[in-house]
Design a protein around this ligand. Sequence first.
Ligand SMILES: [Zn+2]
Ligand SMILES: [Zn+2]
Length: 171
Amino acid sequence: MIIDVSGILKESGGRMNVSGEVDLNTGEAFLGEVYRFKEPVTVKGSISNNSKSLILKAEGVGVLKTRCARCMKDIEAEVKFPIDENLVRAEDSENADEDSILFEGNIIEADEIALNSFLMNVPTRFLCKEDCKGLCAKCGADLNEGECGCDYEQIDPRWAGLLDIINEDKE
Ligand SMILES: [Zn+2]
Ligand SMILES: [Zn+2]
């Protein structure tokens, strides 16, 4: 997504709408996750010139193809994330602080900006539904589809090793 800001670059107080699509399917893993989107992510918002820098405020919206963290079912989850960046022309870098993004000429390349904003805001896990019952710890059955019949008490995993020892003693 290329944004041409020549219309507001010289105009303090200038503002323009931003609307476009970015492909965030990089195929690269981020902290062990590869994110796949159903279709390109839409980005809508505005850029305004505050005389020192350009302020990009937008929202990215996309549908992520992911898995339920409890039952591991494939799901599609809508994600929305804020994009809020301070953009400074490379030649005016004295106006930049450590969070500013430098750009050259009149053009802002928004793909990487959108990707970073997504990665900063993506939830660490998704659920197919709020009350997903998950999988049986013993047989792996999907408990959303009914009881599997396993005889299992809630065993604190910290005690499981101890129970093994007790059971061995009985034999
Ligand atoms: Zn689930
Ligand atoms: Zn079971």
